[in-house]
Design a protein around this ligand. Structure first.
Ligand SMILES: CC(C)(COP(=O)(O)OP(=O)(O)OC[C@H]1O[C@@H](n2cnc3c(N)ncnc32)[C@H](O)[C@@H]1OP(=O)(O)O)[C@@H](O)C(=O)NCCC(=O)NCCS
Length: 204
């Protein structure tokens, strides 16, 4: 499959490439970026290489994954955003991570809205979840602004998280701006049951 590229008002969501390994490694080593992840320690570079390869595999296998995020105005990688299949629970999770320099500008919300729109309009998903560490207030705020509803506190990736969910057709997503696809080729794909993979492998 050809991984789609999506352009929003200020962002480009595009496939990861090998060239993203160095910049992504630098972002993941920034103070606080992984603070609320299961493993908050800065990853080794080869772990980031494996992450990028795994993301491309996920697109092939699941029909979706994280996109590399860059501003429209320049090519530099600033983070990731997108959808991830969780085989243990057969759910699809929306996720986002940005370099600190880009926090506080509404960019995570903008990228996540495009991800939800893709999940509902292109993939035909019935619902999408978000998982947030109970103390990660910025992420929780983004999730709430996405129009997602709190479901419960649950254990994922070996830690307690708050789980939120949104069903297709909710207003926050329906009225999302941007989300223009600049390439096509993605099959209409739903997550399939029965594929075994550790949901924590790319939480590094
Ligand atoms: C979570 C993250 C992606 C948010 O990115 P962002 O682009 O700054 O998010 P937005 O600007 O769209 O919105 C952030 C919201 O949280 C609020 N916020 C930020 N820090 C906050 C804090 N410490 N306490 C409460 N609210 C906070 C902002 O005020 C904003 O809300 P507002 O628009 O109502 O003012 C970014 O902080 C990040 O990359 N963190 C590290 C990775 C991570 O934790 N990812 C989430 C994993 S679930």
């Amino acid at each position: 499959m050809k991984i789609p590229t999506i352009t929003t008002r200020r962002l480009v969501l595009r496939p990861f490439t090998e060239r993203d390994v160095g910049p992504l490694h630098r972002i993941l080593c920034e103070e606080g970026v992984l603070r609320y992840f299961p493993n908050p320690n800065p990853p080794a570079r080869d772990a980031v290489e494996r992450f990028v390869v795994d993301q491309l595999r996920r697109w092939w296998q699941d029909g979706f994954g994280w996109w590399a995020v860059t501003p429209r105005s320049r090519r530099a990688l600033i983070g990731w955003n997108g959808l991830q299949f969780l085989p243990e629970t057969n759910e699809v999770e929306v996720g986002f991570l940005l370099s600190r320099e880009f926090w506080g500008r509404g960019l995570a919300l903008e990228g996540a809205l495009a991800g939800l729109k893709y999940g509902f309009d292109t993939l035909g998903l019935e619902s999408i979840i978000a998982l947030v560490h109970p103390e990660n207030r910025a992420s929780r705020r983004v999730i709430e602004k996405l129009g997602m509803s709190f479901v419960d506190r649950a254990r994922y990736f070996g830690m307690e998280v708050d789980r939120y969910r949104i069903a297709g057709g909710r207003s926050a997503v329906r009225h999302a701006s941007g989300g223009k696809r600049s390439t096509s080729g993605t099959k209409r794909t739903r997550p399939q049951r029965g594929r075994r993979r550790s949901g924590s492998e790319d939480r590094h």
